[in-house]
Design a protein around this ligand. Structure first.
Ligand SMILES: [Ca+2]
Ligand SMILES: [Ca+2]
Length: 521
């Protein structure tokens, strides 16, 4: 029976089970009635036939009642199962989202938790989110939410809906504009936006090709058509304010009859114009006539800025020439001689003062004073104050120089006095030591030596050996020399007391200032 039951369907099983069930209250009645009927038919006739049909009817009735019951029970079980499923389904852990189609702003970060309204069956912290992080570009992104074994997938749409943020650049970052260029609004404003922004400038009717201050409006439009505007004040400057630079047109001296190109070494450049123009007014310059010529160089850039440089060129005759002597004269940018020192000779006091340069390149710093002897009466040490530029310059030099009177001078530095107006003044003037009777350093004209600080020479400027040697060593060829008269003062450093030699001293043939190791002084 047990095996049979399991093989039967639910309804059949119920029938089989219920049929023999004596405990069910209705069943015994039915069976009793059947028995009663069969007893009655027994007495009337054959019982075998009568007994069979009544048996079948009660069985049918019994079956109907049983399936109803089974249906109810089945429904209850189904309802219980459904309730259990519903309970499991609706009460199981889960995430509640505020939206399942979220949108986000391009260029910003998407906060995946911002769309989570709450959770059931756990904590918010139990949610694990997987998806792109950081600033998002426009597009569609998937975010996975994992919570207590459940997975959700949310699609986020990222769009650019914000207008560009505009701000005026601080003054030190603002681009400078000139009247020859298009004003680029990118030089005016700082732009902040997710994507590409197109800037437009509204000149508000102003002529931005004229220098001045103007109010303009900058419009920024992003790729999605979001737009913003900002007013700005811009300055339009002249394209070019600086005149060309003229280099190399410095004062110079040129030897008579030499060739000299006024453009040699002259360079014109401009900060903006690659080809500035240059016009030279020669001022009648020629090397075929001595004199001082003013040459004017005028350069112009394409904007009209002009630079004028005047240069003085002395054309002079070299009075003395020795091979190897560089007769060119160097001037520095300030127009002064490109030399460390200027040597000034005050005839009135027989004093030589050496000047060095100040910060501007001018010879204003007295550095050394020396006693000297200039021309004695009847002779002339030429002044330079009446020549162009007010100065001579030094020419050749020699350790020993034979003098017209048969004596010898040491550390001779000739002076180019060719610019002196009187041709007689150009006669061999030089700085040199007090003379020696012969070309020997122990054969000094000691009596002449004792005249230092007073007139004595035939035109030259005599000094002691130490002073002459100082000039020799410190003043390169070409140094400027001013010879002048100023009775009021020997010079800013005064006049040193010259040494006097005892004419009876056996050492008298030696200049006491001679640095020679043999000097007995
Ligand atoms: Ca935007
Ligand atoms: Ca310029």
């Amino acid at each position: 029976m047990e095996d049979e039951k399991e093989m039967l369907g639910a309804d059949e099983e119920l029938e089989q089970v219920n049929m023999p069930d004596a405990e069910t209250p209705a069943e015994p009645d039915l069976f009793e009635k059947e028995y009663v009927i069969s007893d009655e038919t027994k007495s009337d006739g054959p019982t075998v036939v009568a007994e069979e049909p009544p048996k079948k009817a009660p069985v049918k009735k019994e079956k109907k009642k049983g399936s109803k019951k089974a249906l109810v029970i089945g429904l209850i079980i189904f309802a219980l199962l459904a309730a259990a499923f519903a309970g499991w389904y609706f009460l199981r852990p889960g995430i509640r989202f505020s939206t399942t189609r979220p949108t986000a702003e391009a260029g910003e970060e998407f906060d995946a938790m911002s769309i989570v309204e709450g959770v059931r069956g756990g904590e918010l912290s139990d949610i694990a989110v997987y998806g792109p992080k950081g600033e998002l570009a426009k597009g569609v992104y998937k975010y996975s939410y994992s919570f207590k074994g459940r997975e959700y997938e949310i699609t986020v749409t990222v769009k650019d809906t914000k207008a560009p943020e505009l701000s005026i650049k601080p003054e030190d970052e603002m681009a400078s504009f000139n009247d020859r260029e298009e004003v680029d609004p990118a030089g005016i404003v700082n732009v902040k936006d997710y994507g590409k922004v197109t800037l437009k400038l509204d000149d508000q009717g102003n002529d931005l090709k004229t220098p001045g201050m103007y109010e303009v409006i900058v419009t920024a439009t992003d790729e999605d058509g979001n737009e913003s505007k900002i007013p700005a004040v811009i300055k339009i400057e002249p394209y070019d304010t600086e005149g060309p630079k003229i280099e190399g047109a410095t004062n110079t001296s040129v030897i008579l009859w030499s060739s000299f190109d006024l453009m040699a070494g002259v360079k014109v450049t401009d900060d903006k114009d690659p080809n500035p123009s240059l016009v030279v007014d020669s001022g009648g310059f020629t090397t075929s006539a001595e004199g001082s010529y003013k040459v004017t160089y005028t350069a112009k850039d394409s904007y009209g800025n002009e630079t004028v440089v005047e240069r003085w060129i002395n054309v002079y005759q070299v009075a003395y020439y020795t091979p190897g002597y560089d007769s060119s004269v160097y001037w520095d940018a300030t127009g002064e001689w490109g030399q460390p020192y200027l040597v000034a000779v005050n005839r009135s006091h027989n004093t030589v003062t050496v000047y060095g340069k100040d910060g501007n390149g001018n010879y204003t710093v007295p550095v050394r004073a020396m006693a000297c002897s200039t021309a004695r009466p009847g002779y002339n040490t030429p002044v330079s104050t009446n020549v162009p530029g007010g100065r001579f310059h030094s020419a050749w030099r020699a350790d020993w120089c034979y003098m017209v009177d048969g004596s010898w001078g040491r550390y001779a530095i000739s002076i180019d006095t060719s610019l002196a107006p009187d041709p007689n003044d150009t006669w061999g003037i030089m700085f040199h030591s007090v003379c020696y009777y012969s070309q020997s350093i122990d054969n000094l004209e000691y009596e002449e030596y004792n005249k230092l600080g007073g007139t004595a020479s035939l035109g030259c400027i005599r000094m002691c050996v130490a002073d002459e040697l100082w000039l020799y060593n410190n003043c390169p060829e070409g140094f400027p020399i001013v010879i002048y008269d100023d009775p009021s003062s020997p010079g800013p450093l005064g006049k040193p007391d010259p040494i006097r030699i005892d004419v009876n001293d056996p050492r008298r043939g030696w200049d006491p200032t001679d640095p020679s190791g043999d000097n007995p002084w």
